[in-house]
Design a protein around this ligand. Structure first.
Ligand SMILES: Nc1nc2c(ncn2[C@@H]2O[C@H](COP(=O)(O)OP(=O)(O)OP(=O)(O)O)[C@@H](O)[C@H]2O)c(=O)[nH]1
Ligand SMILES: [Mg+2]
Ligand SMILES: [Zn+2]
Length: 368
């Protein structure tokens, strides 16, 4: 790392630090690749078109054929938040991305629908703002899902309860408390874009040069918060549908925005479904009372569903465990394992397919 820093000019380094470059990222820089390239950060992705920012400013970018060819899954493509090695042409008219710097964190979910691939929400995120509006959108089980995702990715979650203008002080307090009771170490803050309550507290959370991400259902007010923080209507928002207070999926792509104080925020489109793949670690952390209990189960591989001597089932019976928490735990566990299995099967098939192609090519060569 020191070598990299020494060789990089001080003013360039300073500019890159404003984009979120820190020692964790620098530690993983490959000197050899860097020799013919420089560093930039991916601000947005639109199919194969990228927007990046380096020490000189923003520019469009594409990836090399090699990077595309070597990509086995969506995880191998640059995503919003990535640090990338680029070569710049046309005086900043176009950049070519050759490689991705190892990611500090990666926020991902199962792609929507039947597909069993990952979708990358963002990378190198320090803190995720998990947003629920205090109306019908407020839902502890959905929050657990988002927390599992964050814990598994080692991203600090902060729960933001929006539209506090719609409720009384007591109602807000009750809903915030319900979360704090379960998650003592997670910060919970209520706010309103409409009357400005709680906005100062959110500003205080926004450390310069750190990367934040706004997550939550469509219509909870993610983009409105961003506009509030920016102090202008910079981004499009839309009314929620009156009959079920659902959002209209106004934000359509993930995009990185720089606040005046230097904090970096990624706005995301509201998610209809949040499938997790292979996140057992995250589940253990989000349901730590169950993880604690399971240490006393008779069998090491207890699934806490039917086994004799299961400490989790015993606690459930003795009403020492919230049945709603238990149900969601089992549901998320099954789902995560099922998704992981189908994902691995698919990868295996891809691998076999790749081997077959190689084999056929070899035979063809021989027979020529
Ligand atoms: N009452 C109230 N309404 C709000 C508040 N914040 C946002 N809204 C309204 O909620 C609606 C949806 O806001 P958006 O900011 O577009 O929601 P979003 O989370 O970005 O939604 P997607 O981009 O679709 O994911 C808009 O009509 C906002 O005016 C708030 O604090 N209080
Ligand atoms: Mg939005
Ligand atoms: Zn058990």
């Amino acid at each position: 790392m020191e070598k990299v820093i020494k060789e990089m000019e001080a003013d360039i380094l300073k500019e890159l630090e404003k984009l979120g470059l820190d020692s964790d990222i620098l530690d993983d820089i490959d000197d050899q690749i860097l020799a013919g390239h420089h560093l930039a950060r991916v601000l947005s992705v639109d199919r194969e078109r990228f927007t990046i920012r380096d020490h000189t400013g923003e520019m469009p970018a594409e990836i090399t054929g090699k990077l595309m060819f070597n990509a086995g899954s969506s995880l191998d493509y640059p995503a919003v938040g990535d640090w990338v090695y680029v070569q710049v042409f046309d005086e900043g008219g176009l950049a070519i991305i050759s490689d991705i710097v190892s990611r500090k964190t990666i926020l991902k979910r199962k792609s929507a629908g039947k597909s069993s691939d990952f979708q990358v929400i963002g990378t190198n995120i320090d803190t995720a703002f998990l947003m629920q509006s205090l109306d019908e959108n407020y839902n502890l089980r959905r929050l657990e899902r988002f927390l599992v995702m964050c814990f598994d990715a080692h991203i600090k979650p902060v729960v933001l309860l929006s539209k506090s203008d719609l409720l009384t002080e007591e109602e807000i307090e009750e809903k915030a408390e319900a979360i704090k009771r379960i998650y003592k170490d997670v910060e919970v803050a209520a706010f309103s874009n409409l009357n400005g309550s709680g906005i100062t507290e959110i500003r205080e959370l926004l450390t310069p040069a750190r990367t934040f991400c706004l997550l939550g259902s469509s219509g909870v007010g993610k983009t409105t918060l961003l506009n509030t923080l920016l102090g202008e209507e910079a981004f499009k928002t839309a009314e929620v549908r009156e009959k079920d207070s659902r959002g209209r999926h106004t934000t359509t792509r993930r995009e990185m925005i720089f606040l005046e104080n230097g904090a970096i925020i990624i706005d995301t489109p509201g998610m209809r479904e949040l499938g997790n793949i292979g996140v057992e670690n995250g589940i253990g952390m989000a349901f730590d009372e169950i993880a604690d209990l399971s240490r006393n189960c008779r069998f090491g591989d207890c699934t806490h569903t039917t086994e004799k001597g299961c400490a989790v089932l015993e606690a459930l019976q003795n009403e020492q465990l919230d049945p709603k928490r238990y149900d969601n735990y089992i549901k998320l566990m099954k789902e995560s394992q099922f998704n992981e299995m189908t994902y691995l099967e698919k990868r295996q098939k891809d691998k076999n397919f790749g081997k077959m192609v190689k084999y056929v090519k070899k035979i063809k060569k021989k027979n020529r």
